[in-house]
Ligand binder design. Sequence first.
Ligand SMILES: [Zn+2]
Ligand SMILES: [Zn+2]
Length: 110
Amino acid sequence: MRAPSDNGSVTGGCLVCGGPLPAGRPRTTCSDGCRQALWRRRHHLQLPPPEPAPPGRSRKEGTVYECPACDARQVGEQRCECGSFMRRLGPGGYSPCCGEVITIDELLQG
Ligand SMILES: [Zn+2]
Ligand SMILES: [Zn+2]
């Protein structure tokens, strides 16, 4: 359950170009291009580059896991709080701006 919007109005127009938003489900950008631009703006590639897992450190560190039961995400820990075994999404980490767990793939895709 999430609120429709975490940061204010969703009716003011595209957050990137200011253009009109298409009708339908609530959104903050008018197109996929703007959505990606906004996403990059928020996350702007601040993740550290994937480390080559130096010996002596846990290989799990820097790996993002997602719980199939409750959609929670964690970095470097495969056991969810709910007790489920999480599936591996790939290398990633915490976004320095919003604190969300994101994968490198998501970062690059936008
Ligand atoms: Zn736009
Ligand atoms: Zn869970």
